[in-house]
Design a protein around this ligand. Structure first.
Ligand SMILES: O=P(O)(O)OP(=O)(O)OP(=O)(O)OC[C@H]1O[C@@H](n2cnc3c(O)ncnc32)[C@H](O)[C@@H]1O
Ligand SMILES: [Mg+2]
Length: 201
């Protein structure tokens, strides 16, 4: 069976990729399935650079087909922060602490100035092949209080005015239809099969 390693420890992300790769006959593995997880220094300056570093490091080290996702939230009133530092915004990789810090930093900011963009860069690598890169973005607003219990990360604070809901109030299917990652995956679905067949091995 074909296998793809999703270069993540984040189960929320991994779930969103299974729906894409399982129907294509891929077994999906994540970093949680490896006995030893290599340390990868994500020292790029953009989401795409960081995703490229993660995917290429693992393909070189393990010879696996690998997909890396680097995502984050860019808040206009915070000059684009937390951006590429979204996972460690509050110091540790802790969703509750990150959300609390976001609310603190935006306290007193008016509703019409709470715009934010969620970004995802995906890079897929395979030995001896040019990497495939796709991106996706969605614009929304940061609420003043969390709403909803589904999803992960910043989902309870990220509100979509056109749906009247936060990402955490959507089912995973609904979220995939409108989210940054969902849009990147739609782009991937246009490019992946051709890229896969083009392998020179
Ligand atoms: O192992 P990796 O893949 O690096 O997982 P991560 O959780 O560290 O992920 P990122 O480096 O891409 O950091 C993104 C941050 O943004 C959050 N995030 C990413 N996608 C999200 C989504 O769809 N909804 C809510 N929060 C999201 C996530 O929880 C992190 O805090
Ligand atoms: Mg990370």
């Amino acid at each position: 069976m074909k296998k793809i390693l999703i270069a993540t420890k984040n189960q929320g992300k991994a779930r969103e990729f299974c729906a894409f790769f399982n129907p294509r006959g891929f077994k999906v593995l994540t970093l949680n399935d490896l006995e030893q997880i290599p340390q990868i220094i994500e020292n790029g300056t953009t989401f795409t650079e960081n995703a490229m570093i993660k995917a290429q490091t693992l393909t070189k080290l393990l010879g696996t087909v690998t997909l890396a996702d680097d995502s984050g939230l860019m808040v206009t009133a915070l000059a684009g922060r937390p951006g590429i530092y979204s996972a460690r915004y509050a110091g540790d990789h802790d969703d509750a602490a990150n959300n609390a810090k976001l609310l603190r930093e935006l306290s007193g900011v008016a509703k019409n100035e709470r715009q934010a963009v969620f970004h995802t860069s995906l890079v897929v690598t395979r030995p001896q092949q040019t990497p495939l890169t796709v991106v996706g973005e969605v614009t929304g607003e940061i609420l003043t209080k969390a709403r909803g219990t589904d999803g992960f990360g910043y989902d309870p604070l990220f509100y979509l005015p056109k749906l009247g809901k936060t990402f955490a109030e959507l089912t995973s299917v609904e979220k995939n239809q409108v989210s940054h990652r969902g849009k990147a995956i739609q782009q991937l679905s246009q490019e992946f099969d051709g890229w896969w067949q083009n392998n020179k091995e």
